[in-house]
Design a binder for this molecule. Structure first.
Ligand SMILES: O=C(O)CCC(=O)C(=O)O
Length: 296
């Protein structure tokens, strides 16, 4: 009886052993399959990216960050936009490759015949006045004036999450050698200018040209450690006065004049340094808290 029982137990354990062996073979097969999927996935995605799938941006961004132009691979390809946070207090972000050469040139071509001496806002009256603080020339383009402008405004709305209707018309600016815009705030100190759309919440500054020397946008209230700033020696003295951005055609700078607690952020004090060599063309989009009415 006892021996019969023992024999029965031996029968069960040999079945169990074959079950365990089968399970192990299955697990090994599963593991091999998993490794094949992991190793094979990137090349599958890469070939999909090469055919214009949605994976292109995610996979190509690191190459652009390293400064390798995609035109080398494909002359018809456009540079991929990516964002570089510059500061969180205040919030300042740099959007690389935001505008195409065609968009930059289109804005300059439209603006060039109508350029006038730039003005500043008189905080006592809220009206525009001539000033030595701002020596550039400029002109406004209507919101949605043509499909290219509408496309640029849509891009701005997409990356700021502020609706197109909250924006003023684009202001195109031109600085020649020696011209500048001294440090100022973009938010208003008067109640006249906040009637339409409320306070200015953010600014997007787009560079439409490279500048040979000078012309940087500088934030004097944001201090930087010079040893951590690449190309420090190539900056103008004015630009060394704070966090600064060297103009590059197609690049856009976004800063928030209002902090997340909806107070005015005085750390956004900023200016355009004097151009030392070459010309600077830029376009400014001011965004308001509420819908900003424009003439229809
Ligand atoms: O041109 C610049 O770099 C600064 C322009 C600016 O401050 C502005 O348009 O409010």
């Amino acid at each position: 009886m006892a021996s019969g029982m023992r024999g029965h137990r031996v029968g069960i354990s040999s079945r169990a052993r074959s079950m365990i062996t089968l399970a192990m073979i299955f697990a090994v097969l599963l593991l091999v399959l998993l490794i094949l999927v992991i190793v094979g996935a990137p090349s599958a995605l890469n070939s999909a990216a090469g055919h214009g799938s949605g994976a292109t941006i995610a996979l190509k961004i690191p190459q652009v960050i390293r400064g390798q132009k995609r035109e080398k691979e494909d002359p018809a390809a456009v540079l991929v936009p990516y964002v570089e946070p510059l500061s969180w207090k205040p919030r300042i972000f740099l959007y690389h490759n935001m505008l195409t050469d065609e968009e930059c040139e289109h804005l300059i071509k439209l603006a060039r015949p109508n350029m006038q001496k730039s003005t500043v806002v008189d905080s006592a009256t809220g009206r525009s006045k001539d000033s030595r603080v701002r020596t550039s020339s400029g002109t406004f383009l209507n919101r949605g004036q043509d499909p290219i402008i509408a496309g640029i405004e849509k891009k701005i709305a997409d990356f700021t999450f502020v609706p197109v209707e909250h924006g003023e018309g684009l202001q195109v600016l031109h600085y020649e050698v020696g011209q500048k815009y001294e440090a100022h705030y973009d938010y208003f100190h008067d109640s006249f200018n906040t009637k339409n759309g409320g306070q200015r919440i953010a600014t997007v500054l787009m560079y439409l040209s490279d500048v040979e020397a000078g012309g940087e946008t500088v934030f004097p209230a944001v201090q930087v450690n010079s040893s951590q700033v690449p190309h420090w020696d190539t900056l103008s003295e004015c630009a060394k006065g704070g966090l600064s951005v060297r103009p590059k055609k197609g690049m856009a700078l976004l800063f928030w004049s209002m902090a997340p607690d909806v107070t005015l952020d005085s750390r956004t004090l900023h200016g355009g340094c004097p151009v030392i060599a070459g010309n600077k063309w830029s376009a400014t989009k001011w965004l308001h808290v509420n819908t900003y009415s424009v003439p229809s």
